[in-house]
Design a protein around this ligand. Structure first.
Ligand code: TYD
Ligand code: MG
Length: 454
């Protein structure tokens, strides 16, 4: 019998050490090391032997690209984020805060896939609870099997007997393997169970979804090492106060990581949002000051998003700056540029910024809309509600060009905007895409002030 071996693991980042240490050299956290038994001397061999099976050199041109056999999950937003469907034999990790809707999303997928058997393994809920949830979601007429089990040896046995086409594990933190003595959810258990599932996925070519919890700090619990092992990491996020949920790809061996999937949580489950712009813009009858629309692109998809600013005289001493959904440092930078270039005295003002719908944007093309909403609120003159913006602002106040301007112009036109303000350097491309919409170029922030308020 192999000798019992132990090691110390950082609960925050998963780093390993032979001794206990107070401060983790890898992530800098204090007092996060705990001892765990790693009994198996040959940890990780399962994955290695799976790799070994066809390890003869093959000419790269003779390898089939395998693109054609992506599995359609019947969920267009999920397909999009996965890069055009699920790749057979891939391991996909879905992370998110508790209660955000991971189990709901995966059960919904399990219930709608109709061309193959799906095995949904739950270590968190009972069969009855899952059945009740399935009834809320609307039961499909497919082969969806539920297994409430946490021992990987049992799960693997059932998989071999059932031959499912897709396996969903809810959640990786509840699984345990016999080959290790540590408790469920510990770093070494997570690593070991994930590696067993990985070798299953690769050898039997069954795609496996792993649901993973996120710690308070916003990182996956059990974490970095898990991110390295899986093929795709998806993050499910959203503001609990809004119904919108966003599925982001953080890592993807089979597609772009800039794709987004958007859902809306309803009483009967998650609904796909295929036309985000239409719901993200509140249709004001009267134009309101401080509100503008940015023509952004998330992944390959253009999205018009409303930004709102409120500028008011600071009541007490230090002015406040607050931002929801947009980087506060970038907001401060934009305010400094405005102050310097356009002569607006914002130093003694409170500035509050909000991106509508609880979204978080990091497309630099949002800059100009934010500048316009700050200006509009500060002079209390509305920007027409048929005008939108797409440009980045540089430190010297220059209005800079952005990528995919044609798509932004086309989306703005589709949604009935009659003017789009862009960088002069984007003018040619924008004109080529515009049919009826007026293209308003600008070179400097000063010019934007003149364009908006005369
Ligand atoms: P859940 O999917 O269990 O979240 P997670 O697995 O990420 O912890 O549940 C998410 C929340 O969604 C839960 O608080 C209840 C709510 N919900 C709905 O609003 N509508 C529904 O149809 C379902 C099933 C859940
Ligand atoms: Mg859950």
């Amino acid at each position: 019998m192999a000798k019992t071996k132990t090691a110390f693991f950082c609960n925050n980042c998963g780093a390993q050490s032979p001794r206990w240490i107070g401060k983790c050299p890898s992530c800098g956290e204090w007092n996060t090391y705990t001892e765990e038994v790693i009994q198996r001397a040959d940890a990780g061999t399962a994955a290695k032997s799976a790799m070994r099976r066809n390890a003869a050199p093959v000419l790269i041109t003779e390898i089939s690209p395998g693109n054609e056999d992506r599995i359609n999950t019947q969920n267009q937003e999920l397909n999009r984020v996965l890069g055009g469907g699920l790749v057979p034999g891939s391991l996909v990790l879905i992370g998110g805060e508790p209660g955000i809707g991971k189990s709901t999303l995966m059960l919904q997928v399990a219930l709608t896939i109709s061309d193959r058997k799906v095995l949904y393994v739950s270590g968190e809920e009972s069969e009855q609870q899952i059945r009740m949830r399935a009834e809320r979601l609307g039961m499909g007429r497919n082969e969806c099997y539920i297994l409430t089990e946490t021992a990987t040896s049992e799960i693997l046995r059932h998989i071999n007997a059932l031959h499912p086409g897709i396996v969903i594990i809810d959640s990786i933190q509840t699984l345990t393997t016999d080959s290790i003595d540590a408790s469920a959810g510990s770093i070494s258990q997570i690593r070991e169970t994930a590696s067993e599932l990985q070798s299953l996925a690769k050898s039997a070519s069954i795609p496996v979804f792993l649901i993973g919890h996120i710690t308070k700090e916003g990182t996956l619990a059990g974490p970095k090492l898990l991110e390295h092992m899986v093929d795709t990491v998806l993050q499910f996020e959203g503001d609990r106060n809004y119904g919108y949920r966003i599925l982001r790809s953080v890592k993807n061996r089979f597609g772009s990581t800039s794709e987004l999937g958007i859902y809306e949580m309803h009483a009967n489950g998650l609904r796909e949002v295929s036309n985000p712009s239409e719901i993200l813009i509140s249709q004001h009858e009267e134009p309101v000051s401080g509100t503008t629309v940015a023509a952004t692109v998330e992944g390959l998809r253009p999205m018009l998003i409303e930004t709102q600013a409120l500028v008011s005289t600071a009541a007490y001493g230090t002015p406040q700056r607050s931002s929801t959904g947009f980087d506060i440092r970038r907001l401060n930078m934009l305010l400094a540029v405005l102050e310097k270039r356009s002569g607006f005295k914002l130093g003694a003002k409170d500035v509050f910024l909000n991106i509508a719908g609880g979204l978080r944007v990091d497309d630099p093309a949002t800059d100009l809309a934010i500048v316009a909403s700050v200006l509009s609120s500060s002079v209390d003159i509305p920007v027409g509600n048929k005008t939108c913006f797409a440009a980045e602002i540089g430190l010297s106040g220059e209005v800079r060009p952005v990528t995919r301007i044609e798509q932004r112009v086309a989306e703005a036109e589709k949604l009935g905007f009659d003017t789009i303000v862009i960088s002069r350097l984007n003018l040619k491309a924008a004109r080529s895409a515009a049919k009826t919409i007026k293209i308003q170029p600008a070179g400097k922030v000063e010019e934007v002030v003149r364009i908006l308020f005369g």
